[in-house]
Design a protein around this ligand. Structure first.
Ligand code: COA
Ligand code: AMP
Length: 633
């Protein structure tokens, strides 16, 4: 089938308002949009400024009451907790409506923030949707972050309530959430009024009387009393959630998502980008703590009337490298969406895909990859073993959905390994030089998107329009700066090659080396430091820290290196995967004092490097190389 992509993209370009007006018909509005885009509102304009709606209604009630009540809405499968559960649309709506009433009873109303700090269990999804139902703004914090990171988010979002569970389960260890939460609340200057905690069988958390409430007790009391909360009417432009993501400093950015534009964009992608029909099972093997989890575990599949999957496990080790194939067979999965690192992990453990022979994956039509660069070897391997198209697509927390992809529903375009293919409607993607001048095909430059961003993308950062403008819109006037670099080929395919800032991507997780440097610098023996992302065959990149000790420190450098590794785990969390610190005598700098991180990265990666002309003392680069050799890094 010839792809309709070029026609559809052309139609959007010719009349964006008409395109989005048509896409908006897929949503059940309370007051339908008359105006599609208001260029004068907000930082760069706002979508559907006069419409009202409720996202939870579109995700649950309209299916529960519209003929899909008995269809599976959510399948939970946890090899680590040895548990499985399915919720129909009716059941999920009822759970959500009850929890929403519980939140209201505890004084949570429209516009209040609620932090969700939960593992991959259905209650995390129920928590998010309950907030959406009553117009409370959820902010989910990934379980692999440490107390201090959680405290930073609490101080920025100022939540009235925190929803949590007693623990998460990582292979071989139970991660106790409550001590982390208590410590975070202690550290934070903004204190939530209440906490609702779900006790899991693996760990019983202690409760603080007056503040902490038991999830199960509140829910059964509310059910016994027949309490449910209706969907609240919200402006399309009201915030649905805040999701914090790494910025260039230790202070994360609170990406805001609205209600109306978000629904319109995500609903459009389910059919046109992912090629999914309502009723089919769509599995995003991510975590609700990340944007992929927000968009494609929670909102998009449910808005579309599909079945979503909450998987609490890993691609390998839970129990083996056949875990994904078991999931596909058992739950009749039509499309799997994960990060390339998951497939690298499977390939490393089972290069001949022997586990695949034990399962049937015939339900699978497409594998989608995102979150980091999809290396051609991994893509080719996945294509070979699964025999289905492998579709890379590129996006960011900020955009909430694919900027560049291969639109399966419009007809697949030829796949080129190493490229996530072409811009989606809504995105006018350009490659520019420092002066914002478009570059010719094949030339590497900064990737920018012409304003306005489409529906679903961030309208702003939480209560910080100035940081929004400064971080994304100031450097290239008239454009959104993606902070990714890449190029376009003669066929219009884009190639995303890496970040232009200090963000690194470790196992599909976005981390700030600047944030890690702040932690290293806080060690009492450290005079100065630099963190770079070193190539890693499994995780894509791994952080590597260099530290120079203060004059007069006589301690064993190996001890200090160990303390630094522990410090990052303690302050940022295990997810930082910071395992290597190296004490060096000096850091290489330019004559103006700028640390030459790029050259250090090349040395660490074993790539060819040349001595920068501006370097202060070239001998330092040799010292760095020797220190790494000694460390075996
Ligand atoms: N809660 C607490 N700790 C967590 C956690 C969570 N939710 N998630 C990860 N961690 C811990 C891990 O246990 C690990 O701890 P360790 O240092 O004690 O081993 C550490 O954080 C680093 O985690 P990760 O980088 O994910 O490494 P891993 O070895 O546990 O797993 C992969 C590697 C490739 C299997 C895994 O990263 C993966 O499945 N990634 C692909 C999917 C994905 O999550 N993509 C994200 C966005 S699409
Ligand atoms: P996050 O906000 O966590 O989703 O991370 C977004 C960043 O991950 C992007 O800015 C890219 O650097 C990287 N990224 C995501 N998807 C891809 C992809 N398909 N190809 C290359 N890089 C990607």
């Amino acid at each position: 089938m010839a792809s309709r992509y070029h026609d559809v993209y052309g139609a959007w370009r010719a009349d964006p308002d008409a395109f989005w007006r048509e896409a908006a018909r897929e949503i059940d509005w309370i007051r339908a949009p008359e105006k599609i885009f208001d260029a004068q509102a907000g930082v760069y304009g706002r979508w559907f400024p006069d419409a009202t709606c409720n996202t939870c209604y579109n995700a649950l009630d309209r299916h529960a009451d519209g003929g899909r009540g008995a269809q599976a809405a959510l399948i939970y499968d946890s090899p680590v907790a040895n548990a499985k559960r399915t919720y129909t649309y009716s059941e999920l709506r009822d759970e959500v409506a009850t929890l929403a009433a519980v939140l209201q009873d505890l004084n949570v109303t429209k516009g209040d923030r609620v932090i969700v700090y939960m593992p991959m269990i259905p209650e995390a999804v129920i928590a998010m949707l309950a907030c959406a139902r009553i117009g409370a703004i959820h902010s989910v914090v990934f379980g692999g972050f440490a107390a201090k990171e959680l405290a930073t988010r609490i101080d920025d979002a100022k939540p009235k309530m925190v929803l949590t569970a007693s623990c998460g389960i990582e292979p071989g260890r139970v991660v106790k959430y409550k001590p982390l939460l208590d410590q975070a609340i202690e550290l934070a200057s903004s204190k939530p009024e209440s906490v609702i905690l779900l006790q899991r069988p693996q760990e019983t958390a202690s409760m603080i009387s007056g503040r902490d409430h038991d999830w199960a007790a509140l829910m059964s009391a509310a059910k016994a009393a027949g309490k449910t909360a209706p969907c609240v009417e919200l402006a399309a432009t009201d915030p649905l959630y805040i999701l914090y993501t790494s910025g260039t400093t230790g202070v994360p950015k609170g990406v805001v998502r609205d209600n109306g534009g978000h629904m319109v964009a995500l609903k459009w992608t389910m059919k046109n980008l992912y090629g999914i029909e309502p009723g089919e099972a769509f599995w995003a093997g991510s975590d609700v703590g990340w944007v992929v989890g927000h968009s494609y575990i929670v909102y998009a599949p449910l808005l579309h009337g599909a079945t979503t999957v909450v998987y609490e496990g890993k691609p390998v080790g839970t129990p083996d490298a056949g875990a994904f194939w078991r999931m596909i067979e058992e739950h009749n999965i039509t499309a799997l969406f994960t990060a390339p690192t998951a497939f690298r992990a499977i390939k490393k453990e089972d290069p001949d895909a022997k586990h695949l022979a034990r399962y049937s994956t015939k339900s699978l039509r497409t594998l989608f990859l995102a979150g980091e660069r999809a290396d051609p070897d991994t893509v080719a391997w996945a294509e070979r073993i699964l025999g289905v198209p492998v579709v890379d697509h590129w996006w960011q927390t900020e955009t909430g959905w694919g900027i560049v992809g291969n639109p399966v529903g419009l007809g697949l375009l030829p796949v080129k390994h190493g490229s996530p293919t072409v811009p989606m409607p809504g995105y006018d993607v350009q490659i520019v030089d420092e002066a914002a001048k478009p570059l010719e095909n094949g030339k590497m430059g900064s990737i920018v998107v012409k304003l306005p961003l489409p529906p679903g993308c961030l309208p702003t950062l939480w209560q910080n329009d100035a940081r929004m403008a400064d971080s994304y819109l100031a450097e290239f006037p008239g454009y959104y700066k993606t902070a990714d670099a890449g190029y376009r080929d003669a066929d219009g395919y884009l190639y995303i090659m890496g970040r232009t800032d200090d963000i690194i991507n470790v196992a599909g997780h976005r981390l700030s080396t600047g944030g890690m440097e702040e932690v290293l610098a806080s060690h009492p023996n450290v005079a100065e430091c630099a963190v770079i992302g070193m190539k890693d065959s499994l995780k894509g990149e791994a952080p590597l820290g260099f530290v120079v000790l203060k004059a007069g420190v006589e301690r064993d450098p190996r001890e200090i290196e160990k303390e630094i590794v522990a410090l990052v785990r303690d302050r940022i969390g295990p997810v930082a995967a910071f395992k290597t610190a190296v004490v060096v005598d000096r850091l290489p700098k330019t004559r103006s004092g700028k640390i030459l991180r790029g050259t250090m990265k090349k040395i660490a990666d074993g790539d060819e490097w040349t001595t920068p002309a501006t370097i202060d003392d070239p001998a330092i680069l040799e010292e760095i190389g020797r220190a790494l050799d000694k460390k075996g890094a």
